[in-house]
Every structure is written in C-alpha cells, then in structure tokens.
Design a protein around this ligand. Structure first.
Ligand code: PLP
Length: 361
C-alpha cells in the first residue's frame, strides 16, 4: 500500500477570503470596526438570534458569557465531564467552582444526572455539543427553567449543528462559538457571543472592551477581547459558502460510515444535525490503532484523552470517576475530515483502519 501524509486539519481559506483580508489591509482600518459589525450581523442572521458580539477567540467569548450572567467567587457551575479544557478554565477565571456531570453515549452531558448536582450555589449550567454532536436541549432548557439557572452554551464545536430545526449556539441565555483555525468556519483566531437579551448584549459589548459602557466610563470589569476587522473580514465570505462547506463535510462522513468496518460512532439523537466539527470513531484498542494510523502518516486527535476533572488543573475539584467520560476518552479517535481531504486520501485512511482488522469492540 502506498504511503500518504495526511494532516488532521487544514483551514478552509479560499481566494475570496484572501481578497477580503487584502481589502481591509488597503483600507488602513484594522481593528474593531465595520468588518466586525458586518460579520456579527451576518452571523446573527445565520443563527436567527438577535445579537452577536465578536471577540478575539472562543475562550474570551466564554469568559464574556460567564461575566454576563454574573458568575463570581464560590459560584458553582455545572459542566460536562468530557469537554475541552477552556470550558472549565472559564469557570476558574471567574472564581467559580466547576461541578462535573458525566456524559452519555452522545458524548454530551447526561441530562438525567444534572439535577442531583444542583445546589443553592449553582449559578449556571454550561453545555457543549462535543464535536458538533447535539445535546438534549429539551431537557437542558427544562432543567434551566425549573431551577431558574441560566444555560450557557459553549458552542465552540457546534456552529452549523441544529436541534429540532433550531441552530445550535442559540439555546442558552448566553451562547458563544469559536472561529479557531481548526474550526469549520475560521478566522484563524476568533470567537463570538450570542444572545436574544438586549441588556446582556450591551453588557457583553462592554466587557469585550474593558467594561466600557460609554466613552471612558467602565461599568464592569472587562478585558481587551476586541475582534480585529482583519480577521472578521475572513469570516464573512466563509459564512456565504458555509452550507456548501457543511454539505461537503457530510458527504465525507457518509463515505467514511459506508466503508469503515468494526468501529462505532457516538449516538446521535433524532431531529438533530451534526456539523461534524470532529469525525469521531470509537474503538476498543484505541492506542494501538491510533499509533498505527500515525505510523502510516495519518494525523489524528484524541479528543479528549481524559475526563476534564482528571486534568491536573482540575483534580482538586473532584475525585469522582465518570464512567462514560472515561470509557469514551479511552476509545475515541478523531479522524481527518477537512475540506481538502480527497477521495483517494479517504480511501487510504479507510484501508488502513480496515486492514488493522477487527477486534475493536
Ligand atoms: C468546547 C470548546 N470551548 C472553548 C474553546 C475555546 O476556543 P478558542 O480556542 O477559540 O479560544 C474550544 C476550542 O476549541 C472548545 O473546543
């Protein structure tokens, strides 16, 4: 079998994105200005949500979201046990205490386990749609309403996903996404906060710019989280072709699923659309297969190698073992699924996995 070198991801930057960047360079206005506003407007109308606030990365967007709902010292914030580190970090930046809840076979929060973790100190629930696979928003919103605890959506991985015809990154009181280089829609670094609440929108705008509510009047503790016009300009043309990008991605997922043998996939709940930020397979002898893929030139990601409460920075918050998060972290591999991945390369990846043989499950 011939040898190929296949990266895990390549950002989808086309000539029209480069032209947009050049146009902003030529305009001599590079920081937060009309390009950011244009990208915000386009994104909020794509998501069908009232307000959008562009920031310099997804982590900043999460911090803004938590500050918007007023998370402070000693407040408990429920997060899934399987997520990227940034979800938990944002809680710590605000003096909050992360409270972990195991995931289910969708790899997202097990909503049947949330209520037992709620106390009178619980001040928010942060949900993430891992890899773009959509969570049970019906239950999340029911719980949020019942206990009057705001839902914050960390939609860093689910821009393009849908739940019952409603776009993800919109179900929470405050929501955010990331436009990092690995994301399907990328400004290389970038993020955005979304809400339908005007008051929170104004607060988010202030927090992104040193908490400034009117010129040199700082009503909140904010930060410099401003998005640049330069990067916003790259995002706009990508949004124009986003549906096409998602369709191409889905075709690649369908092809993988048609040909891969002896692997399992995260369960998807009915009436949802997964944007497939990650294309994940679940296998028994993960480390061996992963090494085999890497030895054969195929770059992969292990997303994520352990439940977040087992990460050194979070260990002091919980000694619990989250059985499902643990099992997934031991069996998951994220395969290449970027726009440029050719049929030939996909065939090669499939061949390597199928050649490795059964015995996964
Ligand atoms: C779930 C989740 N939250 C937050 C972030 C942070 O986004 P950024 O890397 O843009 O800061 C990421 C990044 O991948 C993420 O996956």
């Amino acid at each position: 079998m011939m040898y190929m070198k296949i990266p895990w991801s390549i950002p989808n930057i086309q000539q029209e994105d480069k032209d947009a960047l050049q146009r902003v360079i030529d305009s001599e206005w590079y920081s937060m200005g009309k390009e950011v506003k244009n990208f915000e407007d386009k994104t909020s109308s794509y998501l069908n949500i009232k307000y959008a606030v562009g920031v310099n990365n997804g982590t900043a967007a999460l911090d803004v979201a938590l500050k918007c709902v007023g998370i402070g010292q000693g407040d408990e914030v429920i997060i899934p046990a399987l997520t990227y580190i940034a979800t938990g970090n944002a809680v710590l930046y605000n003096g909050g205490i992360p409270v972990f809840v195991d995931v289910d076979d969708t790899l997202t929060i097990d909503t049947s386990l949330i209520e037992e973790k709620i106390t009178d100190k619980t001040k928010a629930i942060i949900n993430i749609d891992l890899g773009g696979n959509v969570s049970n928003y019906y239950e999340l919103l029911r719980i949020s309403k019942k206990y009057d605890i705001p839902l914050i959506v960390d939609g860093a991985q689910s821009f393009g996903s849908e739940y019952h015809g409603v776009k993800c990154c919109t179900h929470g009181l405050v929501n955010m996404t990331s436009f990092h280089a690995a994301k399907i829609l990328t400004t290389i670094e970038g993020g955005m906060v979304f809400t339908n609440d005007q008051e929170l929108y104004l607060k988010a705008r202030a927090i992104r710019n040193q908490g400034e509510s009117s010129k040199y009047i700082h009503s909140y503790l904010g930060n410099n989280y401003r998005m640049m016009d330069l990067i916003a300009a790259i995002g706009s043309p990508q949004l124009n072709r986003f549906e096409e990008t998602l369709n191409q991605r889905r075709a690649k997922v369908a092809y993988y699923k048609e040909h891969l043998k002896n692997v399992e996939y995260p369960k998807e709940i009915p009436n949802t659309i997964n944007c497939y930020f990650f294309f994940l397979i679940l296998v028994n002898n993960r480390d061996k297969l992963n090494s085999y893929l890497n030895e054969n030139g195929i770059e992969t990601r292990i997303a994520y190698p352990m439940p977040i409460n087992e990460q050194p920075v979070f260990r002091s918050f919980s000694k619990e073992t989250f059985a499902m998060a643990k099992k997934i972290s031991e069996s998951v591999i994220s395969l290449p699924i970027y726009y440029k991945l050719t049929r030939k390369e996909q065939d090669y990846i499939i061949k390597i996995i199928n050649k490795f043989g059964g015995g996964f499950l």
